[in-house]
Design a protein around this ligand. Structure first.
Ligand code: PMP
Length: 326
């Protein structure tokens, strides 16, 4: 008999799928999508969630029967919730009002308590989801605040797992790695691994307008006052999480809210790959950068999460019309 001992053993080993239509016939290079929706929680975040929990168990930050507390937009929460079920922990997730309702409902479906905080407050404000999750981590007995932003087990999961899988699947032939950038775990963990293997591999982070990541990368200056709210989910930041090592990232490409939505829809319709908003942003970034690629390039683009979490928004025609994007 062939079976997994529990759902956590099914994390990883996701497929690499060639994109054939969405980039257009004249796109110069081969593009392979690392489709992370095949993870049990439907996103890449299952990998780092499990790694963060295992590392915290090892050094005693998380104790038997403890409560896992995190500020999460959904995907990290899902990964943490799955691991918590198997390992016997409670979960409290703090999210903000911008996140889709589906995401919160999904987290509640897997047994988590979800607290929704306002969006239009600074990270330092006691009502912000950063502040509330940190405070609960301190107040709740036997609680552990995960902090995916500064918890380096996040990028380490991608260094140990995601990137080696891609390296093996491409036989070490990739020339570019493209991924949406939020906490920085994916782009830094994978980027570090690829640069160690071959310093010529270009690592590209996908950012959004309203985020300060690209500006910080290019100028070294952190201007939180330049951040403004945006609609894209999962990428962009108004802080610089410790998971970043900006030196392994060659370039940040910014994509508009509209283009991310439009290319997520195209990816679903033209490739049958039903993914989230940031996947659309990553495809749009490739289109914007088209002139920089050649026929010999092998580009790997990582698609972070599943489209089902966005059926009320980018996959809803009425919502798209309200935004003026359809
Ligand atoms: N896309 C989605 C949908 C996400 O949830 C996240 C995580 N915030 C990202 C992209 C960015 O990944 P990372 O946090 O590893 O930079």
């Amino acid at each position: 008999m062939k079976y997994a001992q529990n759902i956590l053993e099914t994390i990883g080993n996701t497929p690499l799928v060639k994109l054939n239509k969405v980039l257009g016939e004249d796109f110069p290079a081969m593009v392979l999508a690392k489709v992370e929706t095949f993870n049990p929680g439907n996103s890449v975040k299952d990998r780092m969630a499990l790694k963060m929990i295992e590392d915290a168990e090892k050094d005693g930050r998380l104790k038997p029967g403890g409560t896992i507390i995190e500020g999460t937009s959904g995907n990290t929460g899902m990964g943490l919730a799955l691991a918590a079920i198997v390992k016997g922990y409670k979960c409290i997730f703090v999210t903000n009002a911008k996140q889709s309702k589906e995401k919160n409902d999904i987290l509640r479906a897997v047994g988590a308590e979800v607290i929704v905080c306002p969006t239009d407050v600074t990270p330092e404000d006691p009502r912000s989801y950063y502040s509330v999750s940190k405070r609960l981590g301190e107040e709740i007995e036997n609680g552990w605040y995960v902090n995916q932003y500064d918890n380096l087990s996040n990028r380490q999961a991608h260094y140990e797992q995601t990137a080696p899988e891609i390296w093996e699947q491409t036989d070490g032939k990739l020339t570019h790695f493209v991924a949406g950038a939020g906490t920085g775990g994916t782009v830094t963990g994978c980027g570090t691994f690829f640069k160690e293997k071959n310093a010529d591999i270009k690592v590209i982070g996908v950012d959004t307008y309203g985020s300060i990541l690209k500006e910080y990368h290019e100028t070294g200056e952190f201007h939180p006052e330049h951040a403004h709210s945006y609609i894209t989910e999962g990428i962009g930041e108004d802080i610089i999480p410790q998971n970043y090592d900006m030196s392994v990232i060659d370039h940040f490409e910014k994509v508009t809210d509209k283009d991310g939505a439009i290319y997520a829809r195209k990816l679903a319709k033209e490739e049958g790959i039903f993914c989230g908003y940031s996947a659309g942003s990553a495809i749009a970034a490739l289109i914007q950068m088209k002139d920089k690629f050649t026929k010999d390039d092998v580009i790997v683009v990582l698609l972070h999460d599943h489209g089902s979490r966005y059926v009320g928004k980018i996959y809803n025609d009425e919502w798209m019309k309200e935004m003026g994007w359809l």
